[in-house]
Write a protein that binds this ligand. Structure first.
Ligand code: ZN
Length: 97
C-alpha cells in the first residue's frame, strides 16, 4: 500500500515537473514522509534523483547542473541543485568495455 503510494507520488512528481515545480516538490516531500514513516526505501533509480534538502527533482537542465570531473579509472559526478544550491558529489568507477 505505502509502496504503491510512493510510486504514484514519484510518478506525479516527474510528470508535472515541467508544468508545476511546486506541486512536484510537494509530491516528493509527501513520498519522503511516507517513506520515513513506514521505514521503506525509494526505488533504486530515484534515490539520487532528488535533492535531500529542498526535495527538488534533479532533472537537468531546469533542476540541476551535472558536471563530470576527473580522468582515469575514477570519475566524479557533481550535481548542483539549482533551487537551493546543494552540491552532491558522487564517485563512480569508469567501466571499460
Ligand atoms: Zn535543493
Amino acid at each position: 500500500m505505502a509502496k504503491q503510494r510512493i510510486k504514484i507520488l514519484l510518478n506525479y512528481a516527474i510528470k508535472y515537473y515541467k508544468i508545476n515545480k511546486q506541486f512536484s516538490k510537494n509530491c516528493v516531500y509527501h513520498a519522503f514522509k511516507i517513506k520515513t514513516r513506514f521505514n521503506l526505501k525509494f526505488p533504486k533509480n530515484f534515490r539520487n534523483l532528488y535533492c535531500k534538502r529542498c526535495f527538488n527533482l534533479l532533472l537537468p537542465p531546469e533542476g540541476a547542473r551535472i558536471r563530470i570531473e576527473g580522468k582515469g579509472k575514477k570519475i566524479k559526478i557533481i550535481t548542483t541543485c539549482l533551487d537551493c544550491g546543494k552540491i552532491i558529489r558522487k564517485e563512480v568507477e569508469r567501466k571499460i568495455y
